[in-house]
Design a protein around this ligand. Structure first.
Ligand code: ZN
Length: 483
């Protein structure tokens, strides 16, 4: 018990330890949510708890700060529960077993939930201290961030008066997160017509690609197995009649597909030549992708006996390849505000062929809302010209970069004084809760920070103790300097 008792800042670590003793995985936040309201009640602080378990706690400004504009401090109360294969724990009922090693806190056999328990601990410590110089506070603790930002999406933000916010859900000390992507899932529908044909059925396969996350790894130059299948089919069709039965591949819109297959129908006499062409394209791709996907493979497996099957008509096959070869894909634009970061992209994550249509599902992302909208228009227009259509779901807003941020300027100033170097402003090509807040709270000035964490969402998660202290000092100084 009290494994963190000797660590400084004491109050922050004592709250962190209390939180770790309360089970608080995503979808299991009732206990921690009630703990927070109990905390507020005990200290006679105004609070609100909504139907989703989100909690807001208000506190007056410190002495001399009562009349200032308020500020939101924000983090999420849920954590990703990950454990080592043999480690037994009931995350619904049991707390975590903390351990301190080499200046880091971790949990035995499980993830630690420093993401985002440390935000909760910081906020509780600030709320618990009297006479601290800070503007009026609106501390927002959201639920189920890790499973689609459900709490923040449901939160009635009209109760919040602040138009400046420090989000405490970043995990790299010295990095200011200042923008994030918005996104949506887009599916193209292309109707298919079929006709009976006979010949030799064969399978084409593209495999051996690295794949990866469609937000974080879209700029790594990795091959997309479905797009490469389009290229392969086109490459073959230029030389030899190949009839298409189906194309499939990928698992989800937000994963770069590492493998795809196509069922085709060919003439027995063409098998040798197709084999040669497939090998030739494999050589070409091996060369093109030597730095990013050196294991890329292309294979052709014809069946022995002739058969018959319903293949795409020539028109349908032409439209299908026109879509695959011409729909925009990958990075569309890099940011100029924050160099070397992706601003707008899309990933073709999944292909599914049915009897009468083929569906391609994309994850579309941009940190500029209008660019995302335009990309959707562009795809819609092209699909329409091919006789198809699109549908969208799961739209979430971007947190757009703010060229003139008073909050960022103040935080940069304080950071330089305390650390003797410049902080790095960055953005993430994925969604953050800050996007939902800035979409609702007009003109929200927001920066996201946090102490140093490694291995979040895994049993290897570690929280760097010294960085917790430095970020604490930094946060208090920023609050003190606000006007
Ligand atoms: Zn988080």
């Amino acid at each position: 018990m009290n494994i963190l008792a000797d660590l400084k800042p004491e109050l922050v670590f004592s709250y962190f330890e209390k939180i770790c003793a309360i089970p608080h995985g995503s979808g299991n936040t009732a206990m921690i949510s009630d703990y927070l309201t109990g905390f507020a009640r005990d200290r006679q602080l105004d609070y609100l708890q909504d139907d989703y378990g989100n909690v807001i706690i208000w506190k007056k400004g410190g002495p001399g700060y009562e009349q200032l504009d308020p500020v939101i401090l924000q983090g999420h109360m849920d954590m990703v529960c990950a454990s080592e294969p043999d480690y037994e724990i009931d995350f619904q009922k049991e707390g975590l077993q903390l351990q301190v090693r080499d200046g880091k806190i971790s949990a035995r056999g499980t993830s630690l939930g420093g993401d985002d328990g440390i935000a909760v601990a910081y906020m509780l410590a600030i709320l618990d201290m009297d006479d601290l110089p800070h503007p009026p506070l609106e501390c927002v603790f959201t639920t189920d961030e890790e499973v689609g930002m459900l709490g923040a999406a449901a939160l009635d933000m009209s109760v919040l008066k602040s138009r400046r916010m420090i989000n405490l859900d970043s995990e790299e000390e010295g990095q200011f997160m200042v923008s994030c992507a918005g996104g949506l899932s887009l599916t193209t529908h292309l109707p298919l017509k079929r006709e009976e044909a006979s010949g030799i059925c064969a399978t084409l396969e593209i495999s051996g690609l690295k794949g990866g996350h469609s937000g974080m790894e879209i700029d790594k130059g990795r091959g997309n197995a479905i797009l490469l299948m389009g290229r392969l089919l086109h490459y073959l069709q230029k030389e030899i009649p190949v009839q298409i039965i189906s194309i499939s591949g990928g698992t989800a819109d937000n994963v770069i597909p590492d493998r795809s297959t196509a069922e085709i129908m060919v003439r027995r006499d063409d098998i040798t030549e197709i084999d040669r062409l497939v090998k030739a394209l494999r050589q070409i791709l091996r060369k093109e992708y030597i730095l990013t996907d050196d294991q890329v493979d292309v294979s052709f497996s014809p069946e022995v006996r002739p058969t018959s099957s319903r293949v795409l008509t020539t028109d349908s096959a032409t439209s299908l390849l026109a879509a695959l070869l011409n729909l925009p894909a990958g990075v569309q634009k890099m940011s100029f505000a924050l160099e070397n970061l992706v601003q707008t992209s899309l990933n073709l994550g999944r292909a599914v062929t049915r009897e009468t249509e083929i569906l391609f599902t994309y994850s579309v992302r941009s940190s500029v809302g209008s660019e995302k909208d335009h990309l959707v228009e562009q795809i819609g227009q092209l699909m329409k010209s091919l006789g198809g259509s699109i549908s969208c779901s799961g739209n979430y807003p971007a947190w757009e970069y703010r060229p003139n941020s008073v909050l960022r300027r103040l935080m940069t100033e304080v950071f330089e004084e305390q650390y003797g170097r410049k902080p790095e402003a960055t953005m993430i090509h994925a969604g953050l809760e800050c996007g939902l807040f800035s979409a609702t709270l007009k003109d929200l000035d927001c920066v996201s920070i946090g102490p140093e964490m490694k291995g979040i969402h895994s049993p290897d998660e570690e929280l760097d103790i010294a960085s917790v202290g430095r970020v604490w000092d930094f946060l208090l100084e920023v609050l003190k300097r606000m006007d």
